[in-house]
Write a protein that binds this ligand. Structure first.
Ligand code: SF4
Length: 317
């Protein structure tokens, strides 16, 4: 299943997710990644799925949503890896325009200094680029990039793209305890963001199970100091710290929807319970998925999360 959702997103309203890269081809292996460690670290662009397959899957979901009267605010390319690794990205975006729904891409920005990647992203309506650190050493510790990548090239590429892009450009920074949450990192980030001046700069903290269990959100004290520095300088700063509330919509096959959503978006217990209620389904479906090993439940900082079991689901394919 390539298309999933729609998923409520604070930034994008109702977003129909497009998972056009299988887990987990990425140019980074971020310590906080909610999809787990990267086992296919790469920077070469290639085809993952034929374009027709991606578009067909999206078309099916768009139709299902329209049949249940559910509007979609964005078609969002947010795969289990880095979307710009897909050599078909530009043609996928072009083909998606037929649905006349705004198109968003959530990228780690690692290939943004490439002109072909810039050209393809220029066709989207909303682009999010990751800026976790301005310091090379911190960037290597938190994002664990492919060894051939250079942070200076990426930051230059982001600034270059900003000059050309007519849509909404946002930046995203994930803060992790002891890594990029100090005052120096805050000042460096502010300097870069003031130069970039995106539509919004989002700050977030790990709230879902990270790839490395030692990773936690900054201490309240560190967070407060960091926010004070940013808030004083950056008017376009926005926080994504709050817990998202359920209101997920099932478009027909509830078990399939849970599997496709959890593949890229671990679900909090509360969100999943609300999804069950809102769609008139039964919690037993979730229990069956747990019993069959298709999803699993983990506790993280006193909350339960439901995750997709990639290994068990792959065995069946
Ligand atoms: S958070 Fe994004 S960029 Fe980082 S490893 Fe996970 S998929 Fe890749």
């Amino acid at each position: 299943m390539i298309a999933f959702g729609p998923v409520p997103s604070r930034r994008l309203g109702y977003s129909l997710g497009i998972n056009h890269i299988p887990a987990k081809h990425c140019s980074y292996s971020c310590v906080y990644c909610q999809v787990g460690r990267t086992n296919k670290m790469e920077i070469e662009r290639k085809e993952f799925y034929p374009i027709d397959q991606v578009i067909c899957d999206v078309e099916k979901k768009v139709l299902e949503c329209s049949q249940v009267g559910k509007g979609i605010d964005y078609l969002t390319l947010v795969p289990d890896g880095e979307p710009t690794l897909d050599i078909n990205l530009g043609n996928i975006i072009k083909s998606l325009k037929q649905f006349q729904i705004p198109i968003a891409v959530i990228s780690n920005a690692s290939l943004i200094n490439r002109l072909d990647v810039q050209e393809e992203l220029l066709q989207a309506d909303w682009v999010s680029l990751k800026v976790d650190a301005i310091d090379e050493q911190i960037w290597r510790m938190i994002d664990r990039p492919h060894r051939a990548l250079s942070l200076a090239n990426i930051l230059n590429g982001i600034l270059e793209f900003r000059q050309k892009f007519c849509g909404k450009l946002v930046s995203e920074t994930m803060l992790a305890d002891g890594l990029n949450d100090n005052e120096k990192a805050a000042s460096q980030l502010c300097e870069f963001l003031l130069n970039l001046h995106p539509f919004k700069s989002y700050l977030s903290i790990p709230t879902r199970p990270p790839a490395e269990t030692r990773i936690t959100a900054p201490s309240p004290d560190a967070l407060q100091k960091f926010l004070k520095i940013c808030a004083e300088q950056i008017p376009f700063l926005d926080l994504l710290f709050e817990t998202e509330v359920g209101d997920f919509v099932s478009t027909g096959n509830f078990a399939e929807d849970v599997l496709s959503i959890t593949a890229v978006h671990p679900l909090r217990e509360q969100a999943l319970k609300e999804m069950v209620i809102n769609t008139g389904n039964k919690w037993e479906i979730v229990e069956d998925l747990l019993a069959s090993g298709k999803i699993s439940c983990v506790s993280y900082r006193n909350e339960k999360f439901f995750l997709h079991n990639f290994r068990n689901n792959q065995k069946e394919q």
